[in-house]
Write a protein that binds this ligand. Structure first.
Ligand SMILES: [Mg+2]
Length: 484
């Protein structure tokens, strides 16, 4: 019997492709009959114009409400300054990238807009560039007043926040004004200026007033939902955003009947607490979005529910285990609990893959990385030669290796490099991504490239004790591991 391939998945060619779905764990879509989605940055992707608006409004709030110096207004948003997953030392006012082993990547520490020299970083952290666990923000990336002082920014929405912190620090430093970085952090953060944009609903208003400007990729969202439903899949939505906002966006992307696609719709869910508290009951909203107080004994199609918790959700729907695949962009508040406690399959939305795979595909990156690997292999083998001539060569190679590392880093983002790697190691972000997601992709539209009975097989990448020697790896750059 012959089967014809309807869809050839993008991963089968040699180049990386941003339409590919990458897997950390084997997932068979044939087993999945329920698809769940977060809304912001999962179903709805936003243009950079939104970051600029968030930044401008929070900056002006500092000036108008907290009487920050007028000079800060001159600082415009810098679109590609910060990146997701960075850490911020609240007391020292430093933005930096940390690797999976809690080491700061030297060369990626910024005070304001300027890099901090390596020697100073070492001095500031007691002679090391390791940040101990108790100083790093907790499991959900939150920091408390008395808690850790190094916060990780995991939210895509936090990019304007990091940029505002950097630019405000820069203003105070370059104008020689004494200030307390901890206060600055508090004034900028989610509890004040940035939070005001969200809490007062400014962001919702801007998006609703100009959907075309802020929402991107709506047709693809429609196509994905339509395809899943027409294959008999059940869909649900769990979002922290309010109904009026989600409704407006979904009408724009999917059409006025968008709710017909979904079996359950939950708004203002208060994730991550939705996934780990079993306290808040579900509430129903009527057609006008007004709160009803009737007891919820079932979650019905066509209704809108607010708050609730996952335990009640599981009890009322019976949707458990690997029949369910949930997509979200926030590794902590969307995916961590589902992976660690509840056993749903998880899909991480990482829009940054778009740019990063484009860089990895360039000739320049491939050449630099191949030479970097070869050079490291040479260093490893030649280090036992102690005569002066060899030592000189080794020193030259070490210097060249540093230059190569810098060059490959700068191809991604001149300040912080790739969000997935420090020079060689996975980043703190990358490790969490592998831990909390079964599959990851640039956007849900990648699903359109796969048959709905496709199985994602993660590539078997060698462990350290299985790895071949450096020199044998010349043709297998780390982004393109050999198939065994
Ligand atoms: Mg989201």
């Amino acid at each position: 019997m012959f089967y014809y391939l309807d869809l050839i998945p993008p991963g089968v060619c040699n180049l990386l492709n941003s339409s590919t779905i990458y897997s950390n764990n084997e997932v068979s879509l044939a087993e999945v009959d329920i698809y769940g989605f977060d809304y912001d940055y999962t179903l709805a992707l936003y243009s950079n114009a939104l970051n600029t608006m968030i930044y401008n409004t929070a900056r002006d709030f500092l000036i108008e409400n907290f009487k920050y110096p007028e000079g800060i207004r001159k600082y415009d948003y810098i679109p590609n300054f910060a990146a997701r997953g960075l850490h911020y030392d609240i007391q020292k006012g430093l933005l930096m990238k940390i690797d999976a082993f809690h080491y700061i990547q030297l060369g990626t520490v910024y005070r304001g807009l300027n890099p901090v020299p390596d020697e100073e970083v070492l001095r500031l952290y007691g002679g090391t560039h390791h940040v101990p666990l108790h100083q790093v923000s907790g499991f959900y990336g939150k920091v408390s007043r008395y808690g850790p002082k190094v916060k990780q920014f995991m939210d895509i929405f936090s990019i304007p926040e990091m940029t505002l912190l950097a630019l405000a620090n820069d203003f105070f430093i370059s104008n020689d004004i004494e200030y307390d970085p901890e206060h600055l952090y508090k004034d900028v953060s989610v509890s004040e200026a940035i939070g005001m944009v969200h809490i007062k609903g400014y962001m919702y208003k801007w998006v609703m007033q100009d959907l075309e400007k802020y929402i991107i990729g709506g047709e693809e969202t429609y196509a994905v939902l339509h395809r899943l439903v027409s294959h008999g899949k059940k869909l649900f939505l769990i979002t922290n955003s309010p109904f009026s906002f989600v409704d407006k966006g979904m009408r724009y992307m999917v059409g006025k009947d968008w709710r017909d696609f979904f079996d359950v719709v939950i708004v203002q869910a208060d994730k991550p607490h939705f996934f780990n508290d079993c306290v808040k009951p579900f509430r129903r909203l009527d057609g006008n979005g007004d709160l009803q107080w009737d007891k919820i004994n079932s979650l019905e199609k066509g209704q809108i529910y607010k708050q609730g918790n996952l335990y009640d959700f599981l009890r009322l729907t019976g949707w458990r285990g690997s029949r369910v695949l949930y997509f979200g962009d926030h590794l902590y508040s969307d995916l961590a609990d589902l992976m660690l406690r509840h056993g749903w399959r998880t899909g991480a939305i990482v829009p940054e893959l778009d740019l990063e795979t484009r860089v990895v595909n360039t000739e320049q990156y491939a050449q630099s990385l191949t030479w970097l690997q070869a050079l490291t292999g040479l260093l490893e083998r030649m280090q036992m030669h102690r005569d002066s001539q060899s030592m000189e060569v080794l020193q030259e190679w070490l210097k060249e290796r540093e230059e190569l590392r810098l060059r490959t880093k700068n191809l991604f983002n001149p300040q912080f490099g790739s969000i997935f790697r420090t020079c060689h190691n996975p980043t703190y972000f990358s490790r969490r991504l592998c831990r909390f997601s079964d599959v990851y992709m640039a956007s849900i539209s990648c699903l359109l490239n796969y048959d709905l009975s496709y199985t994602f097989y993660p590539r078997r990448t060698p462990l350290q004790h299985e790895a071949p020697l450096w020199m044998d790896q010349l043709c297998t750059a780390d982004a393109k591991p050999s198939l065994e």
